[in-house]
Design a protein around this ligand. Structure first.
Ligand SMILES: [Zn+2]
Ligand SMILES: [Zn+2]
Length: 127
């Protein structure tokens, strides 16, 4: 009972944000609502929700995992200026075609991590 209430809070928190929060962000945001909540519990709930397909995990090497409410296929830009993770929609057809052509390999999936300057920082730069 308690467990599913916490899971519900974690899910709602991720769904209400578009900033790809980390487990820490979620924990800080809901701990007042949920006395006795631990960071470990937040992690367990997040992992469970990812397994259930209710949210996605965004793994950027060397950084804490982020959690994403957007389930459809998309990629992420890690902003080297402000540290934000932004959604990027790319036409993957050329990459998919190239990978299919590699008959020496059987590639099942891939993930793309983009590094650069996000749209918000770019706007500030051009002011
Ligand atoms: Zn930025
Ligand atoms: Zn995303």
């Amino acid at each position: 009972m308690r467990y599913s209430r916490q899971r519900e809070l974690v899910l709602r928190q991720v769904q209400s944000r578009c900033d790809h929060p980390t487990a820490d962000d979620i924990y800080l945001a809901i701990r007042d609502e949920c006395p006795g909540l631990s960071l470990g519990t937040v992690y367990r709930n997040l992992n469970g929700l990812v397994e259930m397909g209710r949210m996605r995990r965004v793994s950027i090497p060397g950084m804490a995992d982020r959690f994403d409410r957007t389930l459809m296929d998309h990629d992420h830009l890690y902003c080297t200026k402000c540290g934000k993770v932004e959604d990027v929609h790319l036409d993957k057809e050329p990459i998919n075609a190239m990978l299919k052509d590699r008959k020496d390999l059987a590639i099942e999936r891939y993930s793309l991590n983009l590094y650069g300057v996000c749209s918000e920082c770019r706007e500030k730069e051009s002011c």
